[in-house]
Design a protein around this ligand. Structure first.
Ligand code: ZN
Length: 135
């Protein structure tokens, strides 16, 4: 049995990370944490802590990456929401047993050293839902 602990972060697709960062830092007064390229997902990310949760800015590293495709289709904006769980393996096993449609059946590497897996939007009310576990 797994437990959802909190909203871990909201993932926001942007065309230009430097420009997007300026809004969050200069206008909203938040602080950006280290940038990281997650090569398998063709994305550059940075995290902006926001109380107990974070914002995750996502900029595609290639024109054919998933974030670039998202922006082509929807424009910039919220791309996914992430919930933190206490045990990702258990969560995936349980969702699978309930025949919930998953994008990732096994955990993969997420930015910041998290283990993550995506649930299909069709199973989550139209939201691309990321489950994440951090040690
Ligand atoms: Zn994320």
């Amino acid at each position: 049995m797994f437990k959802v602990l909190k909203v871990d972060h909201v993932g926001i697709a942007v065309k230009n990370m430097a420009e997007a960062k300026r809004f969050y830092t200069e206008v909203l007064g938040l602080t950006v944490q280290g940038e990281e390229v997650v090569e398998p997902q063709k994305v550059k990310v940075c995290f902006i802590p926001c109380g107990d949760s974070e914002l995750e800015l996502l900029e595609s590293t290639t024109p054919d990456g998933p974030v670039a495709k998202f922006i082509d289709k929807n424009g910039e904006g919220i791309q996914h929401m992430a919930l933190r769980v206490d045990n990702l393996q258990a969560a995936l096993a349980e969702l699978k047993a309930k025949e919930i449609r998953l994008i990732d059946e096994v955990p993969r590497y997420g930015a910041g050293g998290a283990s993550i897996a995506f649930v299909h939007p069709k199973a989550a009310g139209g939201i691309l839902l990321e489950l994440s576990e951090r040690q």
